[in-house]
Design a protein around this ligand. Structure first.
Ligand SMILES: [Zn+2]
Length: 529
């Protein structure tokens, strides 16, 4: 048996003839090829994980079935699982192996409100009307990471490769709700490299601020408290909490003109009172404040608090606020990205069938998007843009400022979709998602092997992290010591829909695929595009 006690042998190798380590490393391409073969052998396992988590359709902080399912697989395969990490019931960390380097895989598991959708159907057709659904595709991420981790475990055992694999779930990513808490709880304290994976329609990676379409944010809820009264008989006795919400919103919209163009802020009123003849004693509004860097996000947050206090003063009400999410804009590691890019290019795009392309084009046509089907080529690694414009957020940002990290975008969805909607769920339990997840798992496993077997690469990644990325910028959490994860969020919504969704949970013992279980002809399209 070949023996590759890589890190264990490192000290010895330093004092031994140089050729020793080099000889071991020359086996790297062979082992990476073995990883590819092993991932291919697990195609059905990967497909079933994609389908199973799709069928659970769980919102952020309520990912109980999904977490039970994934941790069950990990425990069965010899991973140690720590549950309830960072005070979050659906968070956990799976670990295999020991010693350095420690490589962590992370990917999200939560879904989107009202995005229920039958897979493989190229028009809006919910499984359960109004229910949550995987309208972003987070159901595929764990299939990517767990497949890669199981393959790595096998190869580490066979070849005596030292090091540790960790698997971490992105709980409540859609609420930007947990990763700053993970960092605070020390989940990444001993981790050397973080390999994140996220569903996309393309196969790519990036470094620095990438294409510049990331913002950081704080997500904060303002609760106003007034005094109830009969709205007609004695309105002067009342103090309206809803008035305060409306004045805060109006104040914010006037101020918006005088904010930097990079800011993006949006809100929903989460409590507007009960009925018109009762002066609302309670009302609440939920804001996302987004900007490009920590100081500007903090400024927006402070301004929001000032607006809320002022609205309370104007209306004779009181206000308190709760931070429910936060995210730094990600900065991804150049060394890790360059390493990963080579693996993306080696794996290449999945081979799409005519049925896959028909589904993609029919959906693009149905929603009025550009009709161009699925992507056929991997994306090149490009230099980060000089002037970021901002856009969406992801709480992996907080991790990326604590450990060298990259974010693999694997091709498991259809291009040109609106995001956060039923349309983004259409492909997510079809061969498009299955093949894309297999491709993603190959790259995750190969990239992890690159770092397990080349300790100097780990060093280079940290050099970039210390001497380039964090040379002038120092991480400071948006969380105050009193902030707690908003673990109660989505509870009521999930309790309402879970009994209905349960009837549609995927049963791999009876059906090869979820499409088969639902009796869906693949693809189902209105008209041929
Ligand atoms: Zn996402």
């Amino acid at each position: 048996m070949r023996k590759l006690c890589v890190l264990g042998c490192l000290a010895a190798a330093l004092f031994a003839p140089r050729g020793l380590l080099a000889q071991e490393v020359t086996q790297l391409p062979t082992i990476k090829q073995e990883a590819v073969t092993e991932v291919e052998k697990l195609q059905m396992f990967t497909q079933q994980m994609v389908d199973e988590i799709f069928s659970f359709s769980e919102l952020g902080f309520q990912e109980y079935e999904s977490s039970r399912y994934v941790t069950g697989i990990l425990e069965k395969n010899g991973f140690h699982v720590e549950h309830g990490v960072a005070g979050i019931p659906t968070a956990w960390v799976g670990t295999y192996g020991s010693g350095k380097p420690v490589i962590a895989f992370i990917t999200d598991i939560d879904c989107i409100p009202r995005a229920s959708q039958k897979p493989g159907v190229a028009y809006h057709d919910p499984i359960v009307e109004g229910a949550p659904g995987h309208g972003e595709g987070h159901n595929s991420g764990m299939a990517v990471n767990v497949t890669a981790a199981l393959v790595l475990k096998k190869l580490m055992d066979e070849h005596h490769i030292g090091g540790t694999i960790k698997i971490v779930p992105g709980v409540a990513e859609e609420l930007l709700g947990t990763k700053a808490f993970f960092v605070r709880a020390g989940v990444f304290k001993d981790v050397d490299i973080v390999l994140g994976a996220h569903v996309e329609s393309e196969f790519s990676t990036s470094y620095g601020t990438g294409n510049g379409e990331w913002s950081g944010l704080v997500s904060v809820q303002y609760f106003f408290h007034g005094k109830a009264a009969h709205a007609a008989a004695a309105p002067w006795e009342g103090r309206s909490a809803l008035d305060a919400v409306e004045l805060m919103d109006t104040g914010w919209d006037f101020r918006r003109e005088h904010l930097r163009p990079a800011q993006r802020s949006h809100r929903v009123i989460i409590n507007g009172g009960d009925q018109p003849n009762v002066v609302p004693s309670e009302a609440a509004v939920w804001y996302y404040f987004r900007e490009l860097d920590y100081p500007h996000i903090k400024d927006l947050y402070d301004l929001g608090n000032t607006m809320a206090d002022s609205a309370a003063k104007m209306t004779g009400t009181t206000v308190d606020h709760k931070l429910v999410g936060s995210a730094w804009p990600p900065h991804l590691n150049k060394v890790v990205a360059e390493t990963q890019q080579k693996n993306i290019e080696a794996v290449g795009m999945p081979v799409w069938s005519a049925a896959d392309q028909t589904l993609a084009k029919a959906l693009q046509k149905d929603i009025g998007a550009k009709v161009e089907g699925l992507k056929e080529k991997v994306e090149p690694l490009t230099e980060p843009v000089k002037k970021p414009t901002g856009g969406g957020s992801d709480d992996i940002g907080d991790i990326s400022w604590n450990v060298p990290m990259v974010y693999l975008m694997y091709p498991a969805n259809i291009p040109n979709l609106p995001g956060h909607s039923w349309a983004n769920g259409v492909a997510m339990a079809t061969p498009i998602a299955h093949k894309g997840s297999t491709a993603g798992a190959k790259v995750q496993a190969m990239t992890a092997l690159d770092f397990f077997l080349q300790p100097q690469l780990v060093q280079q990644a940290w050099d970039y992290f210390r001497n380039v990325q964090t040379k002038d910028v120092h991480y400071e959490a948006f969380l105050s010591p009193d902030d707690k994860p908003a673990v109660e969020m989505n509870k009521e919504k999930m309790e309402k829909f879970a009994p209905q969704l349960k009837k549609y949970y995927y049963d791999p013992a009876r059906y090869k695929t979820y499409l088969e279980q639902l009796g869906i002809q693949y693809p189902t399209v209105k008209t041929q595009p």
